[in-house]
Design a protein around this ligand. Structure first.
Ligand SMILES: Cc1ncc(COP(=O)(O)O)c(C=O)c1O
Length: 368
């Protein structure tokens, strides 16, 4: 029997240990720990990679999202529409910046439903916040059209989608700004918390820069109130190294996703995500391989008994299901999704025999 963790955090470091030790040694020996060259270099590389004008390394993606909304300037009562199928950080960033999150239904792709966005717009609505979930981008043509029609800001939660593209455009670059996470379990993850915001808008860049560095602008002049949420230089240097290898990492995930699709699409009991090559407009980086499964809890138990760890995301609840946060709305599609969803391992360092073992065991569960 194999023992396959859902995510082997140790491998993130151990697979490139020598190189990382050298990187850490270089940054630390130079004494450039905070707001130094390694951070600037990474920001430049990230803006080039995503094809946007500005990138700012921040403490984590949640801070990045909050800083964006604060830069836009939410006023009390301002509403922002988001998917209920997302991490709590999407909604909390709106609240912490002074606004009100309005979670809505998902469509057949399990991403935010564009009709539900239109239905939720009222005189208090100021923005739409799509989450580019599991490495896949929402229908941005429709979302941008809706936003333009109603003069709303679009801020992308691109925490899970660095490198994902829709019609050639990168996640994070569709609206006024977007934020990306480098949490260790992300496709590109650093050795602790880390994130970035990306934008083509100079005013948002300027204000976000001040907000992330105690109110200081790029020249170090104090211009406003701010906080401390700066990506550490050591993390930035680690991420610069990873960014060079990133296309190959995405490629391996897409290979594994294609393999899972080929093997598992025979099972009517599963609703799988689209395979990598099906939609030429949507380049999915497969941050996660998540599907809906009949008898999900039994499948999870069976896989566990066979040495395969799986994950049910976010305590198995959509945003609107957290009554403790004051939500009262009912969203049946999201609720149904969370009764059936499961994620299986898809890390780039998985061996081929581990991937086939996982597929074998899922098939044998339904065929036994
Ligand atoms: C969809 C989504 N939004 C936001 C975040 C928050 O990212 P971070 O942990 O870097 O703050 C995450 C991280 O898990 C996420 O998956």
């Amino acid at each position: 029997m194999k023992n396959i963790p859902f995510c082997d955090y140790k491998k993130l470091y151990l697979n490139h240990r020598e190189n990382y030790l050298q990187i850490i040694d270089e940054v630390a020996s130079n004494g450039g720990f905070i707001m130094q060259q390694a951070k600037k270099d990474f920001e430049k590389e990230l803006s080039e990679f995503t094809g946007c004008n500005h990138a700012i390394g921040v403490g984590n993606c949640t801070d990045g999202l909050e800083i964006i909304w604060q830069s836009i300037g939410l006023r009390p009562g301002d509403e922002v529409i988001c998917s209920s199928h997302t991490f709590i950080a999407t909604a909390s960033s709106i609240v912490m910046a002074g606004g009100v999150p309005k979670p809505v239904e998902i469509g057949d792709d399990n991403l935010i439903c564009t009709e539900a966005i239109s239905d939720a717009i009222n005189s208090r609505t100021v923005g739409i916040m799509p989450t580019q979930l599991n490495g896949r981008i929402c229908d941005m043509d429709k979302i941008i059209n809706i936003a333009n029609k109603h003069k709303l800001f679009v801020v992308e939660d691109a925490a899970q989608a660095l490198g994902a593209r829709y019609k050639g455009k990168h996640a994070g670059t569709f609206g006024i700004a977007g934020a990306i996470s480098f949490y260790p379990a992300k496709v590109m993850g650093c050795f602790g918390d880390g994130g970035a915001l990306v934008t083509n808008n100079y005013d948002i860049f300027n204000r976000s820069h001040q907000l992330h560095d105690q109110g200081r602008d790029v020249n170090g002049d104090l211009k406003s109130w701010g906080r401390n949420s700066r990506l550490d230089n050591i993390q930035a240097a680690i991420l610069s190294y990873q960014l060079q290898k990133y296309p190959a990492v995405i490629q391996r995930r897409r290979e594994i996703a294609a393999y899972y699709h080929n093997r598992l699409s025979q099972l009517n009991e599963l609703k799988l995500p689209p395979p990598p090559l099906e939609d030429a407009d949507n380049f999915d980086i497969f941050q996660n391989y998540e599907f809906m499964a009949d008898n999900r809890d039994e499948l999870k138990k069976y896989l566990e008994e066979n040495g395969i760890k799986t994950l049910i995301q976010w305590n198995g609840k959509g945003i609107h299901q957290w009554e403790s946060l004051g939500f009262t709305v009912k969203l049946p599609k999201v609720e149904d999704f969370f009764k059936k969803c499961i994620m299986i391992p898809i890390w780039d360092y998985l061996m081929d025999e581990e991937v086939s073992y996982i597929a074998d065991k899922i098939i044998s569960f339904y065929r036994k």
